[in-house]
Ligand binder design. Structure first.
Ligand code: SAH
Ligand code: SF4
Length: 342
């Protein structure tokens, strides 16, 4: 049976070294094996020709190397591609490749099947949490799209709340950053959270990646309604945690702010947002709400969006408007759902 074997795709370098020591072999082989797995895409131990025959047989007896091919790929008219991956238990997750003008693609990956946070505007949130993804399942989303072309940046903005699956997510990120593996610089990875304060602190101690916080409101009243997690971790505490978050010299926290018509898009909101961000090294991503059938919310008109952005820019706040790519294939923010609706 597959299941009693260790999946090497889910192991960090330390864990692979320990696994090899437990098998009675030397730990320096871990880096060689990592190269076979991540740089040459090998899944059959017999192909690892720099390892002795008996070790190859031993590995085959105790380990597997999982590998994913997308079950379906949908291409959007703007170049965005959505990949559907089937999991061993029949669930599925989605990842989205987003073309960037100046550089290689960005890949948006999922960290859970569904999400427990129940944000009112988010399609994923309406289904609740089915389960956490394992480290291998997170890593395999990246490996599974690489045959289509290189990835410059990874964003954890697909299905799920990454900090609600902290240990698996950090293990996966460590694997993605391995020099002898895929070698992603940790600054090329951005983790987005709805604001789980204790886990934000833990994350900063475990790995240095870019942090994005989904703010989406400027008063507790509105945020409580949009994002129930705000009742547990209200704005004042969230902003204090952001203020204390350790950052590198040129690093900033990204604040994502979905603009929803008549809910959080007024100039009074823009004004409060400027106040909230005071003293924080911040940039703002304005995301016009992606309308979907499960929500009554609407996207504001162009003029409202422009005024909101201009208000921030005039006050020296870096405020980008995030293009909602892949809308025609439901690949835009908050629209991923795997097969949860079946
Ligand atoms: N759970 C994490 C990461 C996944 S959600 C988080 O909430 O940050 C990724 C982003 O999609 C979040 O910033 C969220 O606010 C945004 N989002 C969710 N639904 C959306 C929608 N319908 N339109 C636009 N953005 C949406
Ligand atoms: Fe979960 Fe993020 Fe969607 Fe909220 S916005 S329900 S935290 S995936």
């Amino acid at each position: 049976m597959r299941s009693d074997k260790v999946d090497l795709k889910g192991l960090t370098l330390d864990q692979l070294q320990q696994f090899l020591v437990d098998l009675g072999t030397q730990k320096f082989r871990a880096k060689q094996i990592m190269k076979w797995i991540y740089q040459r895409g090998v899944t059959d131990f017999e192909q690892m020709t720099d390892q002795g025959k008996s070790l190859r047989q031993q590995l085959a007896g105790h380990a597997v190397i999982s590998s994913w091919q997308p079950e379906a790929v949908e291409a959007s008219s703007d170049g965005t591609r959505k990949y559907l991956f089937r999991l061993d238990d029949g669930e599925s997750v989605e990842a989205v490749r987003i073309p960037m003008e100046t550089e290689k693609d960005t890949l948006c990956i999922s960290t859970q099947v569904g999400c427990a946070m129940q944000c009112q505007f988010c399609l994923t949130g309406t289904f609740g949490l089915t389960r956490n993804l394992t480290p291998a399942e997170i890593v395999n989303q990246v490996c599974g799209v690489l045959p289509d072309g290189p990835i410059a940046n990874i964003v954890l903005m697909g299905m799920g709340e990454p900090l609600h699956n902290l240990d698996n997510v950090v293990t996966a990120l460590k694997i993605l950053c391995l020099d002898d593996g895929l070698g992603f610089g940790s600054r090329r990875i951005t983790l987005s959270t709805s604001g789980l304060i204790p886990e934000m602190g833990k994350l900063s101690e475990m790995i240095k990646v870019n942090l994005a916080v989904s703010l989406n409101a400027t008063t507790d009243e509105v945020r409580d309604r949009l994002m129930p997690i705000n009742k547990k971790y209200p704005l004042k505490e969230l902003m204090a945690a952001c203020r204390d978050y350790p950052l590198g010299p040129r690093q900033k926290i990204t604040f994502e702010y979905i603009l929803i018509k008549g809910v959080n898009d007024s100039l009074a909101d823009a004004k409060r947002l400027v106040k909230l961000l005071h003293g924080i090294k911040a940039k703002v991503n304005l995301i016009p709400f992606n309308e979907h059938a499960s929500s009554e919310f609407k996207c504001p008109d162009e003029e409202t969006i422009r005024e909101f952005q201009t208000y921030l820019l005039d006050r020296q706040i870096v405020a980008m408007r995030r293009a909602s790519k892949g809308q025609d294939i439901s690949a835009a923010c908050g629209q991923l759902k795997g097969k949860l609706d079946k």
